[in-house]
Design a protein around this ligand. Structure first.
Ligand code: UT7
Length: 325
């Protein structure tokens, strides 16, 4: 069986135009700009326009990633969309994006691991590429969490935003080596015993409704710090690398305090942490590729840099990945 490594050939993202500030939220629920900034680091978030769907955001991110890779839809043979907020119950929103970008070959499917979705999708695409079953893959994280928030619940509605990010992966011959570009290693975990701490209280089979997000924030916070730190240690250890080898830490953007807590534990200096949470809030599966795109476009992340990613989300699902850009 041939072995290919998955190299990031392009990155793109898309944020809806409308911005919702903390001041705007003060007019909607009993909260304050001060509380939101102090507890989360979030200043504002983007919200999809009426009628603008996850598929629309994902399509724009995919087009931008293709442009950045210098590829066309016809070059892609796999799309994996990580999302917990699909356009419809079925078909998979990935197939809607497939049609939107004019791709009439290959295959496309959705994957739901909530906030860890992008890491799950990256690892899944890497497996297809490694076995030669796909040459070029679009891995997208796209969400419209604004549609599943309870806008009267101040403990959750201030935290999330909408957006999409995408990478194009391309197969290069040879197993991933330390100095070569590509996905070096990833580590995924889930533990279904914690459903009650973070879930949506509706769905087609159980309630025949879409439902609203419910979260026991401080308990999720504690699990996030412990599980993420453990998965980072595991992925680094498995790869025979240490924190000092990491050029950029690109975490899931849930809360500035989580980012700081993990960086402190790992001994990662602040200037190597990419944070977009202030401007975008928590965009679930979209947050890692959005942060990757931000730091690539502003020149921080360069070809050859070692990037460490991590996330924890509903399920719980969590994990970490190491990618040489
Ligand atoms: O992406 C998936 C993973 N998600 C996460 O990782 C999120 C993890 N959790 C968190 O980020 C934090 O737990 C939160 C930001 C959600 C909450 O921060 P916290 O420091 O854990 O606050 P808390 O939930 O313990 O609440 C403290 C107080 C409570 O009031 P009392 O009971 O002490 O009187 C809340 O009712 O803050 C109150 N509160 C608010 N006050 C003003 C909760 N939300 C708000 C709000 N504005 N929006």
């Amino acid at each position: 069986m041939s072995r290919f490594r998955s190299v990031v050939a392009g990155i793109g993202s898309y944020l809806p135009e409308k911005i919702l500030s903390n001041d705007d939220l003060e007019k909607m629920v009993d909260t304050s700009d001060e509380w939101i900034r102090q507890r989360t680091g979030i200043k504002r978030r983007h919200i999809a326009a009426k009628g603008e769907t996850t598929g629309d955001l994902g399509t724009e991110a995919a087009k931008n990633a293709l442009k950045s890779a210098g590829m066309e839809a016809g070059d892609i043979d796999l799309i994996i969309l990580a999302t917990a907020t699909p356009d419809l119950t079925f078909p998979a929103t990935a197939t809607i994006i497939q049609a939107n970008i004019g791709m009439v070959r290959g295959f496309a499917f959705d994957l739901n691991a909530v906030c860890s979705g992008f890491l799950y999708a990256l690892a899944t695409a890497d497996s297809f590429i490694a076995r030669g079953q796909a040459r070029n893959a679009l891995v997208i994280g796209a969400e419209t969490f604004s549609r599943i928030l309870d806008w009267e619940d101040r403990t959750t509605c201030v935290l999330f935003g909408d957006g999409a990010g995408a990478v194009v992966l391309t197969g290069e011959p040879g197993a991933p080596g330390m100095g070569e570009r590509g996905i070096i290693h990833s580590y995924l975990r889930s533990d279904g015993r914690f459903t009650d701490l973070l879930y949506v209280d509706g769905g087609p089979s159980k309630t025949q409704t879409v439902g609203h997000l419910r979260m026991s924030g401080n308990q999720v916070f504690r699990h996030a710090i412990t599980n993420i730190a453990a998965s980072i240690a595991k992925v680094l250890d498995d790869a025979g690398l240490t924190v000092s080898d990491v050029d950029w830490f690109v975490p899931h953007q849930a809360n500035q305090r989580i980012l700081e807590g993990i960086s402190r534990r790992l001994g990662l200096p602040e200037e190597r942490v990419v944070s977009t949470v202030a401007e975008q809030g928590n965009t679930s599966a979209a947050s890692i590729p959005l942060a990757l795109d931000t730091a690539s476009r502003d020149g921080r992340i360069k070809k050859g840099d070692l990037v460490l990613m991590e996330a924890l989300g509903g399920g719980f699902t969590w994990g970490a990945a190491l990618v040489r850009m």
